[in-house]
Design a protein around this ligand. Sequence first.
Ligand SMILES: [Zn+2]
Length: 255
Amino acid sequence: MDKDIVPELLESIQEQFNQRTYDSKKLKMAINKLRNKKASYLDVNDFAIEIGNILADVLSKNITVDVLPDGKMYFNIADRVLNSTMKNNHSLISDFAVDVQTQLNHEAGLRLKGQAPELNQDRIDGIINRVASENDFDAVKWILDDPIINFSQSVVDDVIRTNVDFHFEAGLAPKITRRVSGHACDWCKRLAGTYNYHEEPADIYRRHERCRCTVEYNPKDSRGIQNSHTKEWRSKRQQEKIKQRKTMNLRKERQ
Ligand SMILES: [Zn+2]
């Protein structure tokens, strides 16, 4: 049987990743802003892109056709390497974003803690399956580049989504802003803007390849009174929740 390459591979990936993140000026800048209570979701976005960039870079340096058995990234290799490294990215970005959210909450006069999102395992599985589906790693190695950065950005979106929802349920009227970055295409330009929660375009959190558009949330802008539309949403949601709870109780009784 061939030697299992994963333990050594993971060790060198983690070591290089730790060194690169430790040395990163961009990460230091973002962390300093948080420390000085000046951080916003734009800093979280920079933080996420940098973490994503570093991981993509380290993966591409360590995973090559030469080191892979038969030049293929078998499922059991992709599964272990990507689950471990992408989950780590999720934790680092989510932790930082939650700290920034807590700080933004306090600055807006809200005594609320930032809420952490759930890990989006489906996205990780999607990348693992795609990479493992190809016999020739060279044909899919691009997936360990931009999609890793895209995944890292999506963690920020998940934090925003979770907190906006939390604030909405708490009776605030959150607004979400999407901004274009760099050379934006027409699709991105159309999505840009500031929206009341539940009135945002369905694609507000979607990004095409190499899209660096940012989504932001500052609870300072959510202190207004909910308008009739959001009120309607709220009561609909509450009714759904009551219904859910009732069916759950029913299930429990049957057990
Ligand atoms: Zn874009």
